[in-house]
Design a protein around this ligand. Structure first.
Ligand SMILES: Cc1ncc(COP(=O)(O)O)c(C=O)c1O
Length: 398
């Protein structure tokens, strides 16, 4: 018999995974996956970029590279981050194998079993899984349309002060799963509050470029860019939603003491992120391909969101509420307290549509009168039909 580690023994296949297997049937209209539609990937651009590389660059692409990242990509990322009002300054930047690896690396260097992580309630399932895999205890703080509720957060911070509070995790722009955008006031209020508490903030920001309306751009400025001293902030970004998740590339920007440990942890994990995709990502940024791509996908996601919102407005019964996203991939639906979204999921699947039940995003894994609809992946022409199926399932469960 294999003698597994304590952490591995605690790992469980979740109910969510079982539900997701059912949703994988190609005849099902799925709003489950938080991913782009394949037709939106910039495959022609990629062909051109690869063809334009010199033989030397192509050879470098097949080679191992520095753990911190392919140096030309680090340079083009620095320029990109400066354009987003986030100059590297005294921080250190590294390339990671997706934003998920950055979250996991930070957890690895900060968390001991029993340490406390504050998250939003609801929160990103991948981050929750990473924190749990290091034995963390999670405390969820509610959010409203403008972001995390500061009074509630202050209560938790005060209660946890002196306890084993190590880290706080937030996804302020076009939140997964709630779809909200933190207001500038909430961002500043949060920083003010954190100044008086000893906690490291993990700011996870893969969706901020995917706004539907230019008027929202000022509110998408990273919290880390707002003069965050002395709050230690690790800022995480990703190419997943602005190029393609298959590139498996993200980045982390954090103070040098944190990054020294993160780089050591990464060295023992994967030596370096894929050089091949880093070479392509560098060409993508440095040849100015990102702005045109973003302009296309912003319109596509805005259209998809409005199709879903229209169908929800037309078919969802009274007593059910949902968020109106101003960017990103998601709509978060809240049912009356007594309704269990797993029952709605079962009925919806019978109809032919799938989503992710709310308990997947609950740090405590309990609350389930909610669910997430992703409008990003489904073919546009099936969004209205699928949403109507979900609404019918809700009606049957009320
Ligand atoms: C909030 C959030 N953070 C991180 C990630 C992980 O991104 P990546 O594919 O770069 O690992 C995702 C992916 O869905 C996400 O929604």
């Amino acid at each position: 018999m294999v003698n597994f580690s304590t952490i591995a023994q605690q790992m469980r296949s979740s109910e969510i995974r079982r539900l997701m297997k059912l949703a994988a049937d190609p005849s099902v209209i799925s709003f489950a996956g938080g991913m782009p539609n394949n037709a939106l990937f910039p495959v022609d651009t990629l062909d051109q970029l690869y063809a334009s590389l010199s033989t030397e660059q192509k050879q470098a692409a097949f080679q191992y590279g520095p753990t911190s990242g392919y140096p030309p990509l680090l340079e083009s990322l620095k320029t990109y981050l400066a354009s987003r009002k986030l100059p590297v300054g005294d921080n250190v930047l590294i390339v990671t194998s997706g934003g998920q690896q950055a979250i996991s690396l930070l957890s690895k260097v900060l968390l001991d079993p029993g340490d406390v992580v504050i998250t939003e309630q609801p929160s990103f399932i991948g981050a929750l899984a990473a924190f749990k895999s290091y034995g963390a205890e999670l405390h969820g703080v509610p959010i409203d349309a403008d972001g995390i509720v500061l009074d509630a957060l202050e209560g938790v911070l005060t209660k946890q002060a002196g306890a084993r509070l190590k880290m706080m995790y937030l996804n302020p722009s076009f939140h997964n799963p709630a779809g909200i955008l933190y207001s500038m006031e909430r961002r500043r209020g949060l920083l003010e509050l954190l100044r008086t508490h000893d906690v490291c903030l993990l700011e996870d920001d893969p969706y901020s470029e995917l706004y539907f309306d230019e008027a929202d751009v000022p509110a998408t400025v990273p919290i880390k860019a707002l003069g965050s001293e002395p709050v230690p902030i690790a800022y995480v970004g990703s190419f997943a939603k602005i190029f393609g998740p298959g590139m498996r590339l993200g980045w982390m920007l954090a103070p040098p003491d944190i990054m020294e440990k993160v780089e050591l942890a990464k060295q023992s994990m994967d030596a370096c992120s894929a050089t091949f995709t880093q070479v392509l990502a560098h060409a993508y940024l440095s040849e100015g391909k990102l702005p045109g791509y973003l302009a296309t996908v912003r319109k596509a996601y805005a259209r998809r969101a409005s199709l879903m919102l229209e169908a929800l407005g037309a078919h969802m019964p009274d007593g059910v509420t949902w968020t109106t996203p101003r960017g990103g991939f998601y709509i978060w639906v809240t049912l009356p307290d007594h309704v269990d979204s797993s029952d709605v999921f079962a009925k919806s699947l019978e109809q032919g549509a799938a989503f992710v039940v709310g308990s997947a995003f609950d740090p405590e894994g309990q609350r389930n009168n909610t669910f997430r609809l992703a409008f990003s992946h489904t073919p546009e022409e099936r969004i209205a039909e699928g949403t109507e199926m979900v609404c019918r399932a809700v009606r049957a469960c009320l």
